[in-house]
Design a protein around this ligand. Sequence first.
Ligand SMILES: C[S@@+](CC[C@H](N)C(=O)[O-])C[C@H]1O[C@@H](n2cnc3c(N)ncnc32)[C@H](O)[C@@H]1O
Length: 337
Amino acid sequence: MNATMSLEKTKHHPVMLNQILSIISPQHGGTFVDCTFGGGGYSKAILKFPRTKVLAIDRDKLTKKYADLLGNKFPKRFNFFQEKFSNLDKTVQQNLNPRAIIFDLGLSSFQLSDTERGFSFKSKNFLNMEMGINEYSAYDVINTLDKEYLATIIKVLGEERDGRAIANKIDKYRRKKPIKTSQELSSIINEAKKNYNNYKRNPATKTFQAIRIFVNKELTELVLGLIGAAKLLSDGGMLIVVSFHSLEDKIVKNFFNICSNLKKNPSRYLPIKENKSSLFKLISKKPLVADITEINENIRSRSAKLRYAVRNNNSFIYPEEFKKKFLNYLKLEEGTI
Ligand SMILES: C[S@@+](CC[C@H](N)C(=O)[O-])C[C@H]1O[C@@H](n2cnc3c(N)ncnc32)[C@H](O)[C@@H]1O
């Protein structure tokens, strides 16, 4: 079976779709921004409601074929941009006044199961891991990045304790010949982690996560995407983010805490002052998660965390405190090859 045929058979389940629809109430109409179009699961579900418009973004050029189908069906209500969501506020007109901006982070099932993209451990194809609009591939990172830097990336972006041992092993192999495929890389990592005994997870999981995040500058994208969304939303507009691993969730949680009315009052004896620099009203401090029926149907939804907040009417002030908090990730992802 060739890669294209298996791709056609792949089904993408839009994660936590029912919760999202009940938060955004598309039956009342309005404009929605889908920042991570993928297979179009969210966009399609929103467009089923007649008075809605959707503006969708995805950095992956292969998503365009799904977008074209929707564009043909709803020429007046659907627009697609192949862009990175860090450019959200430049891509979308400032006075759009969206009812909601939605992010569903990470990879789609189409990307994961397409062995030509190199995201899966078993792929015998080129070590690519690019989502789209990239400066370099995983091949460049694995074969040319300074060994110490590689160890730091694996430790920090993969939260992998054995980052140094893995980077040493990669370095030993690449000195002999370039590491060309994802399968080669995963077997080198397996060798470095030979005492690893969590049989539920592939030993290369965390390193693959780290390399993928670095290649796509995913944390920088998220930080800038959230700030762009806050700038674009007006009073009552909602920001909804579905994340899948702890680094993403840490960024989203801090963004909402720092930019919301939940910012701590200096003393409980002082009257609560209106915080003019807050941008959002946070609905709940706890994230929503997928229910058991969804988890049984789609195992990927098991790690999903949905956080959302509603924009207030304060004018946009750039959230310096938030950006400063995650500057170490942004600097790490800036590293040059
Ligand atoms: C989990 S999938 C979204 C699935 C979609 N909600 C659906 O129901 O079909 C994530 C998508 O976001 C895209 N993506 C990830 N990071 C992006 C970024 N920084 N800018 C634009 N698109 C991005 C990926 O290419 C992928 O297609």
